[in-house]
Design a protein around this ligand. Structure first.
Ligand SMILES: [Zn+2]
Ligand SMILES: [Zn+2]
Length: 418
């Protein structure tokens, strides 16, 4: 296809620009909602490309749009770094994502393809993907600067994706046996905090006058292990309770005990069911022992379930770069990400690339193969955008977006807001 040939030539000419953007971003790691230097680097690149953009979305995020056609593709990138031993470090590869997608955007702009094919493409840089540094983020929520702890959650809430039909993102895969991976799942998680309440008494002289809150927590831990066993292995339901902040003393029957737990799952159905049954387990265990249990729920991220149609398009473009044996497919990852939330609302693909040395989320992380990391990844993303714009079969949409967004905000994220 002539379109692809021209676009790939433009991308090739941007090689040094992309590398240097990637290096600049890698050199200024910042934690979520503090990505001010990162923001400036990305804005400067957009100014250079003369692409108009909307800045300070969800505090430090950016959206730049090309074209005015009817089908709208978002190139979604993360901006934040990981906290490694008390200092920010770009060891989740988020610095790479913006360099790659800005390269794709530059090639699309220079060829004028987006308007020619009747489409619209937005580059969306989202803050705060890593679910960390929560005290700072809860402070921002209290100040009214954000509403939810992650960048994409806030962007979804403020309607940034309302006109978007599908999303494409890239992420370092961490498995150097493969060149790429496609169609992998990310685990979803919910955080539960349960407060068991009983009655204090002398543990030697009159224990029968007390109501031991710890017994409620212990009974619940068994019940929660049995609950996890009720789900099929592929649902990936894992529940890891820990007992915290009891303030217990050996001569007092514990009056209050706090149990916290992650509830993880690989599918949305299992996620919704497990977090509901969790509450039933702890409430009934408490009731059986004449205790009370109150549950606070903090929604983390939804499991990422990718669009098979978009994964197919990505896979075909990967095959022009390497063999099928070099591409991992449908790996169940134990990691989580807020692309899971976006993938609940619009068809999404997030494909993985290798070319890294050292471990992800550690300070041993380095980029070993820039040609593959930046250029091959950008080629696959660019060709996929062109395929989607050129082929009506690939223009997938979520016809239930409004309904799903209402559920997402009112049911899934409820209790999160300020
Ligand atoms: Zn990460
Ligand atoms: Zn990441």
């Amino acid at each position: 296809m002539e379109y692809k040939k021209n676009a790939l030539l433009c991308l090739e000419k941007r090689r040094n620009w992309i590398y240097s953007l990637g290096e600049s971003l890698f050199a200024c790691p910042e934690l979520g909602f503090k990505e001010y230097k990162t923001n400036r680097i990305i804005c400067a690149a957009l100014e250079e490309l003369e692409i108009p953009f909307q800045n300070d979305v969800a505090l430090t995020g950016i959206r730049a749009t090309l074209g005015s056609g009817s089908y709208h593709i978002a190139l979604v990138t993360d901006m934040d770094a990981v906290d490694v031993g008390g200092r920010p470090f770009h060891s989740c590869g988020h610095s790479i994502q913006s360099a790659v997608m800005l390269g794709v955007l530059a090639a699309l702009k220079e060829t004028g393809i987006v308007d020619e094919l009747g489409g619209k493409v937005s580059f969306i840089a989202a803050p705060a993907e890593e679910y960390i540094d929560l005290d700072y983020r809860l402070g921002l929520i209290r100040e009214g600067k954000i509403r939810y702890p992650s960048g994409k959650q806030n962007m979804i809430y403020c309607g940034l994706f309302d006109s978007v039909d599908c999303g494409i993102s890239v992420h370092v895969s961490g498995d150097e046996k493969y060149r790429f991976d496609v169609g992998s799942t990310l685990t979803g998680f919910t955080i539960k905090k349960v407060t068991f309440h009983g009655r204090a008494a002398h543990s030697g002289a009159a224990p029968h006058l007390g109501k031991n809150a710890l017994h409620g927590a212990v009974l619940s831990m068994d019940a929660l292990a049995f609950l996890a066993a009720r789900f099929a292995p592929e649902a990936g339901v894992r529940i890891h309770p820990v007992i915290k902040d009891s303030g217990m003393s050996m001569n007092v029957i514990p009056e209050t005990v706090i149990l916290e737990s992650y509830v993880r799952a690989n599918t949305r159905e299992a996620m919704f069911e497990a977090r509901e049954r969790f509450d039933a387990c702890v409430r009934h265990c408490a009731e059986a022992l004449d205790l009370t249990a109150s549950v606070e729920t903090r929604s983390g991220y939804l499991p990422l379930c990718q669009s098979e149609t978009l994964c197919g398009a990505v896979y075909r473009n990967m095959l022009e770069i390497c063999s099928g044996e070099s591409i991992a497919g449908h790996v169940a990852s134990g990691a989580s990400g807020d692309m899971g939330d976006l993938g609940f609302l619009i068809p999404c693909v997030q494909f993985g690339f290798s070319g890294i040395q050292g471990r992800i989320h550690s300070d041993s992380f380095t980029i070993a193969d820039p040609e593959h990391v930046y250029m091959d990844t950008a080629r696959v993303a660019l060709k996929t955008v062109i395929d989607i714009l050129a082929d009506p079969q690939l223009r997938v949409r979520n016809g239930e977006y409004e309904k799903d967004k209402a559920f997402y905000i009112n049911e899934w994220l409820s209790g999160e807001g300020s």
